[in-house]
Design a protein around this ligand. Sequence first.
Ligand code: ATP
Ligand code: MG
Length: 269
Amino acid sequence: MLRANSALSSSETSLAATAVPAVRFDGASMRYGQTTVLAPMEFAVERGTRVAIIGQSGAGKTTLLRLIAGATAPSTGLVELWGRDVAGLRPGRELARLVGMIAQQFDLVPNLSVLHNVLVGRLGEWSFGRSLLSLVWPREQRLAFDALDRVGVTHLAHQRAGRLSGGEQQRVAIARVLVQRPSIVLADEPVASLDPARAREVVRLLTDVTEEQGETLVASIHSVDLAREFFDRIVGLRNGVVQFDIPAFSIRDHMLEDLYEIEGLRSEV
Ligand SMILES: Nc1ncnc2c1ncn2[C@@H]1O[C@H](COP(=O)(O)OP(=O)(O)OP(=O)(O)O)[C@@H](O)[C@H]1O
Ligand SMILES: [Mg+2]
């Protein structure tokens, strides 16, 4: 049994040595009433891997990510992060070190400045008192500015988040996860609101920054081309069932046709 790692970085070497996956589903499923939205799954993500989840609207992509994030408990089975049952992790600090999620709607606080929205990513690290002090904490502000710089929006630091465009909000949400520094980053349709050129830029940014920090990335994404270009593995979900789970380079058009139930789908979809 793994020790509770209050500082993940110090135990990362031993975790890697024992090859404990970053994420593991052991028969985890999700049901709402009589409806199964995610069938029992066996699924593992190795450290540092980038996994894209694709599938039609309603296939269960967000549900899968929420289970990894510990935002919802599975109806059956277990979800483990680094060998530890997510259900046993303390919400807040302990969970925030392991997993951070960029939600489908970004979850920024519209009336707060960009800077303060980014600082929310540090909350998992702090005691309550220090969290309150954070709004004037220069060291933390420097971290936030560094993150904003990394995603190219320092000039927006003092704007209210609610006034930003979709693409700008997306960058701020990435900056927030950068300062949180979880070992597993989840992104739910990170480029849904962007035009194709911006979408590519943002996916590149997300994969670059998570790679730099040695993080594991699991993202749901509608663009198969981006999944193929930037991710190691593609998982196809259909009606809550994993239809395929393969290296990104080996995906073929007929798999997509089946997944999306479309006739004669071309590779540019
Ligand atoms: N809290 C809930 N109560 C009941 N049903 C739910 C709940 N959350 C999700 N569902 C259902 O579970 C199914 C999967 O939803 P989910 O949001 O995971 O799909 P998705 O693949 O992320 O879709 P999209 O591409 O539209 O974001 C859907 O049919 C949805 O209606
Ligand atoms: Mg979704």
